[in-house]
Ligand binder design. Structure first.
Ligand SMILES: [Mg+2]
Length: 278
């Protein structure tokens, strides 16, 4: 089976592994399954996850880490007609993924000042064929202005994900979705979004693994992103209760919005996967 694993709340919580999960994944891979990690996080190049997963004993290769940044790069590089030039509102990690996929990147941080000094927006931005937005922790008005102007001038608008916030030790901070919402408001254009709850991240993850998505199982802790993404992709899902979702949240769901199975811990997840493998 192709197992698509969410990270936060599923494989780890902060710096701690979810007990038993890395070992279970290693065992599944030894038995012939393929594990691909799928996270909405757009800040980092996927290479950053490899040592961290390896240190926990989880099975991992770089091609089996598909962040929303990596998925965005694969998606943009696969567009027809072919795209070469991209304007990015986002992190260095997102830019690195796009460059590695063969795209020429202009950062909004470079284009903003030229636009402010009077240059045409698309010229200042390197005549982008696509505008990509993710989490940009140095966002400012000119970055938003030049990107919105390029979108209004006709560049398709692509978002890594639309998570409005993400958790930190200090509580919630604005996520990629907050920046995407600002660009949407300023341009009047609704973006294509790669991250969960949309299904595109899962499609790119299956493509990266070279396996059909149809027999994959998504394993995640969120009823707002993971389970709806699996549903939108038409695949099976397992909700784990090791992160944000609680058993009592399930009762409120429409039958069609429920996961295929629920697992309270690694031992129960092992049993569920045995059943799904049938
Ligand atoms: Mg999660």
């Amino acid at each position: 089976m192709l197992l698509l694993l969410d990270l936060d709340g599923t494989v780890w919580r902060g710096t701690e592994p979810v007990p038993g999960v890395p070992a279970l994944l290693a065992e599944r891979v030894a038995r012939g399954d393929t594990v691909v990690y799928v996270t909405n996080n757009s800040l980092h190049h996927r290479a950053a996850y490899v040592p961290r997963l390896r240190a926990l004993g989880a099975p991992v290769t770089i091609e089996h880490v598909v962040t929303s940044a990596r998925a965005t790069a694969l998606y943009v590089a696969g567009l027809a007609p072919r795209v070469e030039r991209v304007l990015v509102v986002g992190s260095d990690g997102l830019a690195a993924e796009l460059r590695e996929a063969g795209l020429t990147v202009t950062m909004a941080g470079e284009a903003g000042p030229a636009y402010r000094s009077g240059m045409d927006a698309t010229e200042a931005a390197g005549r982008p064929q696509v505008v990509v937005a993710g989490l940009d922790r140095s966002i400012d008005y000119d970055r938003l202005a030049v990107a919105a102007a390029c979108i209004r001038a006709g560049s398709p608008f692509i978002a890594s994900n639309r998570d409005p916030v993400f958790p930190t030790e200090r509580g919630f901070e604005p996520g990629a979705g907050s920046i995407v919402a600002a660009l949407e408001a300023a341009s009047g254009v609704v973006p294509v979004s790669l991250g969960k709850p949309e299904p595109l991240l899962l499609h790119e993850a299956a493509r990266a693994a070279g396996l059909p998505l149809s027999d994959a199982v998504l394993i995640g802790d969120s009823l707002h992103t993971d389970i709806p993404a699996a549903r939108a992709a038409g695949i099976r899902s397992v909700l784990v209760l090791t992160g944000v979702a609680r058993a009592e949240h399930l009762a409120a769901l429409e039958p069609g919005a429920r996961p295929t199975a629920v697992a309270a811990d690694a031992a129960e997840l092992a049993r569920v996967l045995d059943t799904l493998a049938g």
